[in-house]
Design a protein around this ligand. Structure first.
Ligand SMILES: NC(=O)c1ccc[n+]([C@@H]2O[C@H](COP(=O)([O-])OP(=O)(O)OC[C@H]3O[C@@H](n4cnc5c(N)ncnc54)[C@H](O)[C@@H]3O)[C@@H](O)[C@H]2O)c1
Ligand SMILES: O=C[C@H](O)CS(=O)(=O)O
Length: 495
């Protein structure tokens, strides 16, 4: 097996590239020493391997997390906060190496990868601070001598399953609140992108996280690992980020054990350009929202609705901006767009474009595989798209901007809400009254008004309808990892 030696990646700290899983504070192989290959999606080169684990190793990871829970939960909030602060500092100190690992395994531009590392680290920082403010309540008694207290306690062992598109941030968005609350974690990263998670495991150890508090299992049989994570009685909560189909299945698997579940699922974000919009700002917002991570983003603009009176001028401006995007291998030089994660992802993008063109859409730019080959796809703009096309109701997860027309505000809202997804929505207008009307009418969990970038650790991130439940980030993000305990004390009547 011609494994690309770790030294072939420009890492200052090669130890961050781990080819072992983390269970109970030990870096281990799979029980049968079998391993999975991980390849660079930009070049197809073999990067390294990770253990091909299954139910047995996952069970041991859960047992390690269970054993570590009492001591970690008993640490003071300040002690947990200090460990999280050290982890934040280490992530930022190793930002460049973590970004190289991410671009190598996921393909995103290096600048975006650096940005994701900082974004991921901000969740660790934010929840390290929030750990100290995990307040309860004292409630005025309902009867003489009664004293009522409300405690917020950690839920216990948390199973975290994360996707490949933001391999560091999607894990940190769970690790931050879970560890801050006093929970312990068993994480299963996507097989396409395990190294970002494993590198976080290395830094967590260096930050002083005790053995067994964070466990990371890898393997090609996600279903087998998932069944263990969703049915083992010691797991009290599942936090999942990924497709709606898998989220639905995992929620069902958690039902028998009545495990707490939070789901960050698929999106189909509308991006509405009203007739009074600042078109240059709207184009900049559309580029930022649509083409970030080559369109492989849950909150990216998946449907762009433009008022008929500005449709042509917006389309011309957008095409000019998309034409300037630099496509390439993020480790070979400055780029704005990388490869898609897999051949299957490429096929879905091609199918959406073909279906739209077959049903009457016009191609304004792109529309074919990129000359770089592999899974690179040309940044694409489609015109005259209608709700009859697949691209209107399926998450494309690729660099394709489909432009729809609308006549008035009522129609725009109806078109935007005509979907089972409800994660993010965006619109551009200069009218303040309209901003509130439309923001309140959109059926989604996150709304960007005159901006295409909404993601931050300080705000609640999550969707409604088929886009999931629960929120990650913000003070609300702790709710998913804590449970309320009510104490009723009878301290006796007056002296
Ligand atoms: N809402 C959000 O915050 C958010 C963020 C990122 C991605 N996503 C969504 O994730 C999807 C893309 O990511 P993906 O392709 O990795 O999604 P996916 O659902 O295929 O995989 C997500 C994770 O689940 C694992 N998995 C797959 N089948 C499983 C099973 N049966 N049991 C246990 N684990 C299983 C995968 O190995 C991976 O780790 C898109 O739909 C995107 O919108 C949502
Ligand atoms: O893909 C979904 C991620 O949540 C993207 S973001 O970076 O959090 O916006």
């Amino acid at each position: 097996m011609n494994v690309v030696p770790a030294s072939s990646l420009p890492l200052r700290d090669p130890d961050l590239l781990r080819q072992r899983a983390l269970v109970g504070g030990r870096w281990i192989q799979a029980d049968g020493d079998q391993a999975c290959e991980v390849r660079n999606p930009a070049t197809g080169a073999l990067l390294a391997t990770v253990p091909d684990m299954g139910a047995a190793e996952t069970r041991r990871a859960i047992e390690a997390a269970q054993a570590a829970f009492p001591a970690w939960a008993a640490r003071t909030a300040g002690e947990r906060a200090q460990v999280l602060r050290r982890l934040f500092d280490l992530m930022m100190a190793h930002q460049d190496d973590l970004a190289v690992l991410m671009t190598a395994e996921q393909g995103k531009p290096l600048a975006e990868a650096r940005g994701e590392v900082a974004y991921a680290a901000s969740f660790i920082e934010w929840f390290g601070e929030e750990a100290r403010r995990l307040y309860g309540d004292v409630i005025p008694g309902h009867a003489a001598g009664k004293r009522l207290l409300v405690l917020r306690q950690p839920v216990g062992v948390v199973a975290a399953i994360t996707p490949w598109n933001f391999p560091s941030a999607m894990l940190a968005r769970k690790l931050g609140p879970a560890l801050a609350a006093g929970c312990t974690v068993v994480c299963k990263p996507a097989l396409e992108t395990p190294f970002s998670a494993l590198a976080l495991g290395v830094l967590a150890e260096r930050a002083g996280l005790p053995p067994g508090v964070l466990n990371i299992v890898t393997g090609r049989d996600a279903a087998a690992i998932g069944i263990e994570l969703t049915t083992h009685p010691a797991v009290r909560k599942l936090s999942f980020t990924g497709s709606t189909a898998v989220g639905r299945r995992l929620m069902a698997q958690c039902a028998d054990g009545l495990k707490r579940v939070s789901l960050e699922l698929g999106g189909n974000a509308p991006f509405i350009v009203f007739e009074d919009a600042d078109l240059d700002a709207a184009v900049a917002g559309a580029i930022a929202s649509k083409y970030r991570n080559s369109g492989q983003t849950c909150v990216c603009a998946n449907r762009i609705f433009v008022h008929e009176s500005v449709y042509e001028s917006f389309a011309l401006k957008l095409v000019d901006a998309v034409r300037a995007l630099r496509v390439g291998d993020g480790l070979a030089g400055p780029t704005d767009q990388g490869p898609l994660i897999s051949a299957a992802a490429l096929a879905k993008v091609e199918a959406h474009v073909a279906d739209a063109l077959a049903r009457g859409a016009r191609l304004a730019l792109g529309g074919a595989r990129h000359a770089l080959g592999g899974t690179f796809y040309q940044p694409t703009v489609l015109l005259d798209v209608t709700p009859a096309m697949r691209i209107a109701h399926e998450e494309t997860f690729g660099p394709v901007a489909p432009l729809f027309r609308f006549r008035d505000e009522r129609e725009a809202i109806a078109l935007a809400n005509d979907d089972q997804a409800g994660l993010a929505g965006y619109f551009y207008t200069r009218d303040l009254a309209r901003a509130f009307r439309v923001a309140e009418a959109l059926e989604c969990g996150i709304v960007g008004v005159n901006t295409g970038l909404i993601s931050t650790a300080v705000a609640p991130f999550g969707g409604i309808k088929q886009s999931g439940m629960g929120r990650e980030g913000s003070k609300y993000g702790l709710d998913d990892y804590t449970q309320i305990k009510y104490l009723c004390l009878d301290v006796g009547g007056s002296a």
